[in-house]
Write a protein that binds this ligand. Structure first.
Ligand SMILES: Nc1ncnc2c1ncn2[C@@H]1O[C@H](COP(=O)(O)OP(=O)(O)OP(=O)(O)O)[C@@H](O)[C@H]1O
Length: 147
């Protein structure tokens, strides 16, 4: 039996830079980094929570370095800080996609998408606070009590 490949799929198979339906495609690695940097700059400029999470994460990592945490503990801190920032970026992307799709109209599915994206940030932020407390409190207490 002969299978026919739809023309769109043939375009897709030609490889990089030929994605169907895209206004623009990153043609090389530097261009990809540039678009990612634009996303970071947008989140930083428009999202107060993103700026706050960046400051809190920076403080936690600085404190971890000052307290001479083990490299594996610092690694866990970096991961948790990154997880919160990544989810905030995805939350921002979800908001933009919902606004693009339906604008100022109300839709129950838009609410689900936005509430779930916000909940993902909340869960990660709560976990990161708990992890920071677990890792930073004992050595900080030692410093305070031990002088
Ligand atoms: N188009 C919509 N349809 C239905 N519900 C919406 C819509 N837009 C927003 N909402 C509801 O309003 C809530 C708040 O929306 P908002 O855009 O302020 O999101 P947010 O995550 O609080 O924003 P930010 O992260 O910028 O503080 C959403 O979580 C959702 O429940």
């Amino acid at each position: 039996m002969q299978t026919t490949i739809p023309p769109e799929a043939r375009v897709l198979r030609r490889g990089r830079g030929t994605r169907v339906g895209a206004y623009k495609v990153a043609r090389d690695l530097p261009a990809g980094f540039r678009y990612a940097a634009q996303g970071l700059a947008y989140a930083f400029a428009s999202q107060r929570n993103f700026r706050l999470q960046l400051v809190m994460g920076g403080l936690a990592l600085t404190l971890g370095l000052w307290l001479n945490l083990h490299w594996s503990e610092l690694g866990v801190l970096v991961l948790t800080v990154a997880a919160v920032l990544v989810l905030e970026l995805l939350n921002t992307a979800t908001e933009a996609a919902v606004d693009l799709a339906i604008g100022r109209q109300f839709h129950p599915l838009a609410r689900v998408a936005m509430d779930c994206a916000a909940a993902a940030v909340l869960v990660a932020a709560a976990a990161s606070i708990l992890i920071a407390l677990l890792l930073l409190s004992p050595p900080l207490w030692q410093r305070i009590v031990g002088g």
